[in-house]
Design a protein around this ligand. Structure first.
Ligand SMILES: Cc1cc2nc3c(=O)[nH]c(=O)nc-3n(C[C@H](O)[C@H](O)[C@H](O)COP(=O)(O)OP(=O)(O)OC[C@H]3O[C@@H](n4cnc5c(N)ncnc54)[C@H](O)[C@@H]3O)c2cc1C
Length: 422
C-alpha cells in the first residue's frame, strides 16, 4: 500500500508505504532505528522523487519547533521542520535577521538547506551557506553534530536527505534590517546582456523576470536595504542609463493574471527583511500552484553569454514557460551547492503543469547552458544524467563516498539517489 500523498504541486505521488509524524525526538529515533528504509519529508516543495522513500517517510512538523537565538554568538539553533515563515517571524521579533530568503517562506529549513535553496544577491549566499552546525540522526538512531570548519562539514550541509534525518540546524544571524522593493518594467535585451553585472549588483537583492522572448515583459525586482528613518532614496537603476525602463506604478506579479495579494509589498514601501526578501507572502499560495519548476546554475563570469544563449534558445521552450527568473548567488564551499566554488548566476523556469511537454523542452535549455557547465537545482525538474552531473558538481563523487561511510546499508536511499549517486 502506498500513502498516496503528493508533493506540493501534485505532479508526484510518493511511493512510500507510510508517512509518520513523531512528536518527540525519542519517537523519531525509534522510527529511524526500526525502519528498513526511511527519509525525512519537508514541506514537499520539491518537484521530483527526491524526497521519497521506498519504505517510511517521516515528517518533523509535529516535533517541538525550537528557535533558540544566541545573540552573542550571532546564531539561531532551529528545529529542522520549522518553516522560514516561523523562523523569520521569531527572529524579527527578537531583533535579528537572516541574510537571505528564498522566493517563498513556506518551506522548511532542513528541506531548503538539503537542496541548496537560495534567493538572490551578489553578496547573499545560498540558505545552506548560513549553516554553522548540523545535527543529524544516523542510521543507528544516534545523534551526531558537525560544525563549520570540521572535516567533512562542507559535504554534509546540502545533503539531499541522504546522510540521515537532520533534527536541528544552527544558522548565522545578523541584526535586523529594513528593505524596500521596487519593480521596473521592460528591460531591453541589449541592456540586460551588456550591463548584467551593474544591474544585478545595483542593490542588495535583484531578480530579473523574463519570458525569454518579449523584452516588454521583462521585469527587474530591486530589493534595497534602507535605513529605518527613511532618508533620501536614490533609484539604483537610475544611474545605469537603461533605455526604455520604467518604474511600475502598481503592484506587479511576475505571472500574468495572478493575484497581487499573494506578493510582499512593493512600490518602495520599507518593511522588515522577512516581508520583502521573499516575493510571496506566507498566507497565500506562492507562485501559481499549478506548475513545474527547473533551475540551472552557471558561474557568474559566464552570465552575460548564458543570458544571450537562453534568449536565442527562447522560442524553443517559451510555449511551456509561465515565467523565468534570473538571480545571483555568492559562491560557497558546500559540495552540492549550486554556488559551489564561485559566484554564480541562477536561471529559474516556472513551467506549465504539463510534465511530458516540459520534460521535452528541458534538453533545449540544458544544451544552451552546457557550454557554461549548467548545474541543475536538486529540488526541481531536469534531464541531465549522472555522468554530466559528476562533471558539473565536481564534489559529487566525494559526496557518494561520504554516503558510503555514513549510510552503507542505504537506509536513507531512494530511486533519485540511485540514479545520480552511481
Ligand atoms: C513555489 C516554489 C517556490 C520555490 N522557490 C525557490 C527559490 O526561491 N529558491 C530555490 O532555490 N528553490 C525554490 N524552490 C524549491 C524549494 O526550495 C526546494 O525544493 C526545497 O527543497 C523545498 O523544501 P521542502 O521543505 O519543501 O523540502 P522537501 O521537498 O520536502 O524535501 C527536499 C529534500 O530535503 C530533504 N529533507 C527534508 N527535511 C529533512 C530533514 N529533516 N533531514 C534530512 N533531509 C531532509 C528531503 O529528504 C528531500 O531530499 C521553490 C519551490 C516552490 C514549489
Amino acid at each position: 500500500m502506498q500513502t498516496r500523498e503528493t508533493n506540493w504541486s501534485g505532479n508526484y505521488v510518493y511511493e512510500a508505504l507510510e508517512l509518520l509524524r513523531p512528536r518527540s525526538l525519542a519517537e523519531l529515533a525509534e522510527i529511524v532505528v526500526d525502519a528498513e528504509q526511511v527519509r525525512a519529508l519537508g514541506s514537499r516543495h520539491s518537484f521530483t522523487d527526491l524526497a521519497d522513500s521506498p519504505g517510511t517517510l517521516v515528517s518533523l512538523g509535529d516535533l517541538p519547533q525550537d528557535v533558540e537565538i544566541d545573540g552573542e554568538a550571532g546564531v539561531v539553533r532551529v528545529s529542522a521542520g520549522v518553516t522560514y515563515a516561523h523562523l523569520s517571524t521569531e527572529l524579527y521579533r527578537a531583533g535579528w535577521a537572516l541574510g537571505g530568503m528564498a522566493s517563498l517562506p513556506h518551506i522548511t529549513v532542513a528541506g531548503a538547506v538539503a537542496t541548496g535553496t537560495h534567493g538572490s544577491g551578489d553578496r547573499v549566499g545560498s540558505l545552506a551557506s548560513a549553516v554553522r552546525a548540523v545535527e543529524t540522526l544516523g542510521a543507528d538512531g544516534r545523534p551526531r553534530t558537525i560544525g563549520r570548519g570540521e572535516s567533512g562539514f562542507d559535504g554534509q550541509v546540502v545533503s539531499l536527505g541522504a546522510l540521515g534525518v537532520v533534527t536541528h540546524l544552527t544558522l548565522d544571524v545578523e541584526p535586523t534590517f529594513q528593505v524596500r522593493q521596487d519593480v521596473h518594467l521592460a528591460l531591453g535585451w541589449d541592456d540586460l546582456v551588456e550591463k548584467f553585472d551593474a544591474i544585478m549588483g545595483s542593490a542588495y537583492s535583484v531578480s530579473v523576470f523574463t519570458d525569454w522572448v518579449r523584452s516588454e515583459r521583462n521585469q527587474v525586482w530591486v530589493k534595497s536595504r534602507v535605513q529605518p528613518d527613511g532618508g533620501t532614496f536614490v533609484d539604483p537603476l537610475g544611474a545605469l542609463d537603461l533605455s526604455g525602463l520604467s518604474p511600475a506604478v502598481a503592484m506587479t506579479h511576475m505571472l500574468r493574471g495572478a493575484p497581487e495579494e499573494a506578493l510582499t509589498a512593493q512600490l518602495g514601501e520599507p518593511g522588515p527583511w522577512h516581508e520583502r526578501l521573499p516575493h510571496f507572502r506566507m498566507e497565500f499560495t506562492p507562485s501559481r500552484g499549478a506548475e513545474l519548476q527547473s533551475e540551472y546554475f552557471v558561474p557568474r563570469r559566464h552570465a552575460a553569454a548564458a543570458v544571450a544563449a537562453l534568449h536565442e534558445a527562447g522560442p524553443g521552450f517559451a510555449d511551456q514557460l509561465q515565467v523565468g527568473e534570473i538571480r545571483t548567488i555568492a559562491g560557497d564551499q558546500l559540495w552540492l551547492s549550486g554556488a559551489y566554488g564561485e559566484d554564480t548566476v541562477a536561471f529559474h523556469f516556472t513551467w506549465l503543469l504539463d510534465p511530458p511537454a516540459v520534460y521535452a523542452v528541458l534538453p533545449v535549455i540544458e544544451a544552451a547552458l552546457r557550454p557554461f557547465g549548467g548545474r541543475p537545482h536538486w529540488g526541481k525538474c531536469f534531464t541531465v544524467e549522472a555522468p554530466e552531473l559528476r562533471e558539473v558538481y565536481p564534489r559529487l563523487v566525494d559526496f557518494a563516498t561520504l554516503r558510503d561511510d555514513l549510510d552503507p546499508d542505504r537506509k536513507f536511499g531512494n530511486g533519485f539517489l540511485e540514479r545520480y549517486l552511481v
